[in-house]
Design a protein. Structure first.
Length: 637
């Protein structure tokens, strides 16, 4: 077996000597001085320098031809380019890694050279040279004799593109950096012949090109701070567990992470609703904006492949806060390919947080252990963080306040019906049901209620019931205890984690089934002042967990990983488009139509599929009609 590794091989190797050509514009007196400075620095560093000179316009090609004939490598630089001898040595080393590399380029920055964040490959193959700085290997320049020096194109690109036709490559050396006022991208790229444009387009849209652009997000901004984005583009101006988490952690980050520039990806109404009081501490980014950041933190697992695609295009580092596997486990209502989406998310995230150890175990059971950093991070257990105002004592004749929503696993409608039918002699209020949804129950639609209205519901309650059969955490427990109301819940795994950190845990009561619930409601438990004192976890602790995960992910940033992520996502997106457009026998009908639409329409269709009986059957009939019409049109051709 032949060993593989980064070793110099092949006939086209770097020369022992070097010539420097500083490109001069007409009347440019600074090029000669720049050549003298660079030549002196290279000589002092021990480089065997033949000459360092200014090269007038139109003479670079002849200079390269003479250097090739003399088998002397050439460093071509712009007069405004600053490069150190160490960077030149790295260019030479990179050029010798592959015999087919004819030119090695540095990465460019507009500021002073610095060790970049994130791992980059030793060689990143490109098509076009950069006139601002290029190390040219004389042995490769001479491989085709005189022919390349009469090729179409400018003095630098022409010969290199001619050599490119037979397999010689231009490559960026990952470990070399140069400073130029134009920064990473040249203002005027080297012109290329027309027949090279398709190849350039392919390269510009390739996964490595996108990954390199994303890696640019790891460079600090003008204020010296990394730009971090919190993704809440999937949320609207209403309350949910996800938005509560996002508001709390972004608020703590804004107060404490002063070394970072913080942004929130959200619609204008959602940003104003959730983050309007944070002032200039955070900046809104529209979901349609193509801005790139160092890292993206997403609150809540994605439900649409388009959401994951948008996240991948925003940053080289992805931190995902996963809240539960309920959407997948309630398989009847799950979007098509949701298991593949979450498998991708778990595998490709640079760091994962879970809102309980139970949630972490559920994801690991379904998708295997995460390959990267992963942390179970409970939300705040400090009741002061959930209290909405003054807390009166519970009235003796207070209501039974039930919490949830219309989703089947919340069991709110069914349990409210059972409690109302029991005629307990108390008002039954269901926060999360529409008025009139259940006879004998005061329904109160949730999501957009002002805090005062929610506080009034707790003030009127004698006991709180949270009948959900499946949760990843359990915010209603904290809401109830914050308002000094005992709560009845099912015996779910995450509730044990919550209770273990609550001094007021004696007020959390577990019931087995509806019959047990009715027995307990006949004589509701009263609030007890008994406390099991100990340190109480707050949002600052949760923010510290998030920061630790974020820092670990940033430290592990790797361009090769980003390339693999982009490639994998593109393959999956192509598959989903094929399902949406053509696979009539296998595709989910709701997903087929949703796949043809934008994200807003897609979300609406998914909601219809979950809540309106017959939606999928109607869409199936619609698609069958489209399929027949398409078949008839195909036969007509």
């Amino acid at each position: 077996m032949t060993a593989m590794g980064d070793v110099a091989d092949g006939p086209w190797r770097c020369s022992a000597d070097l010539r420097v050509a500083v490109q001069a514009e007409v009347g440019d007196l600074g090029a000669a001085a720049a050549a003298a400075r660079l030549g002196a620095a290279l000589t002092a560093a021990g480089v065997s320098l033949v000459e360092a000179r200014a090269v007038p316009p139109g003479t670079l090609r002849a200079f390269l031809q003479r250097s090739a004939a003399a088998n002397t490598d050439v460093l071509v630089v712009d007069a405004r380019t600053l490069i150190t001898p160490d960077a030149v040595a790295e260019l030479r080393r990179a050029a010798d890694l592959d015999p087919m590399v004819v030119a090695a380029l540095p990465r460019f920055t507009a500021g002073r050279p610095a060790t970049p964040r994130g791992r980059r490959p030793a060689l990143d193959y490109v098509l076009r040279p950069d006139r601002r700085c290029a190390y040219l290997k004389a042995s490769a320049l001479a491989a085709l004799g005189e022919a390349p020096f009469s090729a179409e194109g400018d003095d630098l690109a022409g010969p290199l593109l001619a050599l490119g036709r037979v397999g010689f490559r231009v490559a960026v050396a990952g470990g070399a950096e140069a400073v130029h006022p134009e920064g990473a991208v040249p203002a005027a790229p080297a012109p290329v012949p027309e027949d090279w444009r398709p190849a350039l387009k392919r390269q510009a849209t390739s996964a490595p090109a996108l990954a390199e652009a994303l890696m640019g997000g790891l460079e600090p901004g003008p204020d010296g701070k990394l730009r971090i984005a919190f993704d809440l583009g999937h949320a609207g101006p209403s309350h949910s567990g996800t938005t509560l988490l996002a508001r709390a952690l972004v608020g703590r980050a804004a107060a404490r992470w002063t070394d970072l520039a913080l942004h929130v990806v959200a619609s204008a109404p959602a940003f104003a609703f959730h983050f309007g009081d944070l002032g200039d501490a955070v900046t809104r980014v529209d979901p349609a904006d193509a801005a790139v950041f160092a890292a993206l933190v997403r609150f809540g697992q994605p439900f649409l492949w388009g959401e994951m695609d948008a996240a991948v295009r925003r940053a080289p580092v992805l931190v995902l806060f996963m809240l539960d596997t309920i959407g997948l486990d309630c398989g009847h209502d799950a979007p098509d390919e949701l298991d593949a989406l979450w498998r991708f998310a778990v595998a490709e995230a640079d760091a994962l947080l879970f809102n309980s150890a139970f949630t972490a175990r559920q994801f690991a059971r379904r998708f295997g252990p995460p390959p990267g950093p992963a942390l179970a991070s409970l939300h705040s257990l400090d009741l002061a963080d959930y209290r909405l105002g003054a807390v009166p004592d519970a009235p003796a004749d207070g209501s039974v306040l039930m919490i949830g929503n219309a989703l089947p696993h919340k069991r709110l409608r069914d349990t409210a019906r059972v409690v109302a039918a029991a005629n307990l002699g108390r008002t039954v209020t269901a926060l999360g049901l529409s008025p009139g949804a259940v006879s004998g129950v005061d329904g109160v639609a949730s999501g957009g209620l002002p805090p005062e209205r929610v506080a009034a519901l707790y003030a009127a309650a004698r006991i709180v019931v949270y009948p959900s059969i499946y949760e990843g955490f359990g915010f209603p427990i904290l809401d109830a205890l914050a308002h000094r109301r005992p709560i009845l819940v099912r015996d779910l795994p995450p509730y044990g984690e919550i209770a273990a950190g609550l001094p007021e845990r004696a007020n959390v009561h577990r019931y087995r089934d509806d019959a047990d619930l009715l027995r307990r409601l006949a004589d509701p438990p009263r609030w007890t002042e008994r406390r099991d004192d100990g340190p109480v976890r707050g949002w600052d602790d949760a923010a510290d967990d998030l920061r630790a995960a974020l820092d670990a992910a940033l430290d592990g940033a790797d361009r090769a990983r980003v390339v693999r992520r982009v490639d994998a996502l593109r393959g999956r997106m192509s598959f989903m488009r094929a399902r949406a457009f053509g696979d009539a026998d296998d595709a989910d009908e709701l997903d087929r139509l949703a796949g043809l639409s934008g994200r807003l329409v897609q979300g609406g269709l998914l909601w219809l599929g979950r809540h309106v009986p017959g939606t999928r059957a109607a869409l199936a009939a619609l698609h069958r009609g489209f399929d027949r019409l398409r078949a008839l049109r195909a036969r007509a051709r």
